[in-house]
Design a protein around this ligand. Structure first.
Ligand code: KE4
Length: 429
């Protein structure tokens, strides 16, 4: 794409596996050289060759306000001058905890960590400590971070690279994880037992592409967990404060036992969190026997970014605006696909969405995998050339932010139209 990105990628590949610090960034799912990003502002991202793109990745979810939101930047600048890290409690952590507890009714107590992976890893340990059971149930194509127990039939990069079961996970550990198809309550019931400590689920799947829960699915998981004495973990790292201020659980009216959070609550800085009832969280050290710790947990600068982000989101019209613009975009994409005769499925919840190159419906990992990845890869590069930065994998969700103005949406629809016209010409003739 650009000379500087090419040169940097050459250097990076000598020093960092795949030249990236997270696999999906390497464009293995779409081919070509990843863009190296120099800066971003609002809905736009700029690469090191100073080429500009409308950003539909938003750092994989965190940047719901758009890049460089003035209030957040000023708050972080101020916090940084007071000190980066103390390894001691700070008032900001109490305030962020109060905001999370106030926003998510199922959370009475919360522990801050530094990534979504740490959050889900801790949530599993808490569920096992609380139930005394070892088995975990997850869903094919579900991705919950790179936790050993959860790198079984994993989505996101695992699925993109066709390595859903990671090397290096001991067989004895992997055998404790049961994975069944998403949206399939019969399969859950058939695989369920009183050895299962918890079912962990993305309440809206985002790591096999965006796959919403079918009617009754989440309610069914709640009932099955209650019947078998297992805990329900809603992994809201992606959906928390994204699909609604109270997360997917507030949207669908589901009360989990444990919730994991990340991304938006850090506003782009490294934060994760897990929360539950007071009774469950009293098991967590130093109160109880379940150990979890972190040098930078509750980092004051990261926490400031999160607090500032949530305070802008709270009581704002942002979610309504995101819904309106995202649905306008969806209508435009559907019309363009229809006009050019390209079979697609468009799944969306709020401002998280995926355009699948398959007739659909896409309701689980198997149907998501029926997508034509070659078409997606071509579409990805056509859109990149049009100045649109999409997630470099068919099996990832895309995101809009509050900074995506109506004009951005209109430009995006025009660019999708031109790109789908070319895809039609190249694949559908
Ligand atoms: P992190 O450890 O990457 O902060 O969070 C892991 C995680 C947990 N749960 C859900 C539902 C997630 O979506 C994620 C991370 N999402 C991916 C995007 N598919 C992060 C992008 C990446 O791996 O580079």
């Amino acid at each position: 794409m650009g000379k500087q990105s090419d040169a940097l990628f050459q250097r990076a590949q000598e020093l960092i596996p795949g030249g990236v610090n997270s696999p999906v960034r390497a464009y293995r799912g779409v081919g070509g050289t990843p863009l190296f990003i120099e800066q971003a502002q609002g809905s736009r991202i700029f690469d090191v060759d100073n080429l500009q793109y409308i950003d539909c990745v938003g750092s994989w979810g965190p940047m719901i306000l758009g890049h460089g939101h003035r209030y957040v930047v000023e708050a972080v600048k101020k916090a940084a001058t007071k000190g980066f890290s103390f390894g001691a409690p700070t008032a900001g952590e109490v305030e962020l905890a109060e905001m999370v507890v106030a926003a998510v009714p199922s959370i009475e107590m919360v522990r801050l960590v530094s990534s979504g992976t740490e959050a889900t890893m801790s949530a599993l340990r808490l569920a096992r400590a609380a139930t005394g059971r070892d088995k975990i149930m997850k869903f094919d194509g579900g991705y919950h971070g790179h936790v050993d127990s959860l790198l079984v039939k994993a989505g996101s990069g695992g699925a993109t690279f066709n390595v859903p079961d990671s090397a290096g996970v001991p067989k004895q550990v992997a055998e404790l994880t049961i994975s069944v198809p998403y949206n399939d309550l019969e399969a859950v019931r058939a695989a369920m037992s009183d050895e299962v400590a918890a079912i962990i689920v993305e309440p809206v799947a985002g790591n096999m592409g965006c796959v919403p829960p079918q009617k009754g699915f989440l309610e069914g998981l709640r009932a099955i967990c209650d019947e078998f004495g297992a805990l329900l973990i809603l992994d809201e790292v992606m959906t928390g404060f994204r699909v609604a201020y109270g997360g997917a659980q507030s949207l669908y009216g589901i009360r989990p036992d444990i919730t994991t959070l990340g991304k938006v609550i850090g506003g782009g800085m490294p934060i994760g969190a897990y929360g539950a009832s007071r009774e469950l969280m009293k098991l967590v050290s130093p109160l109880g026997p379940m150990y979890q710790a972190g040098t930078l947990s509750g980092n004051p600068v990261a926490v400031t970014a999160g607090r500032a982000t949530l305070s802008v989101l709270k009581n704002s019209s942002i979610y309504a605006d995101l819904e309106e613009r995202s649905s306008e975009f969806e209508a435009g994409v559907r019309a363009a696909a229809e006009k050019h005769g390209v079979p697609i499925t468009f799944n969306r919840v709020g401002s998280m969405w995926t355009l699948f190159f398959t007739e659909g419906p896409v309701v689980d990992f198997e149907s998501a995998n029926r997508s034509n990845r070659e078409k997606f890869a071509r579409f990805f590069h056509l859109m990149l050339a049009e100045g649109v930065y999409l997630p470099p994998s068919q099996l990832e969700a895309a995101f809009f932010s509050a900074a995506h103005a109506k004009k951005d949406i209109h430009q995006l629809i025009e660019r999708v139209d031109r790109s789908l016209k070319k895809v039609a010409w190249e694949f559908e003739k």
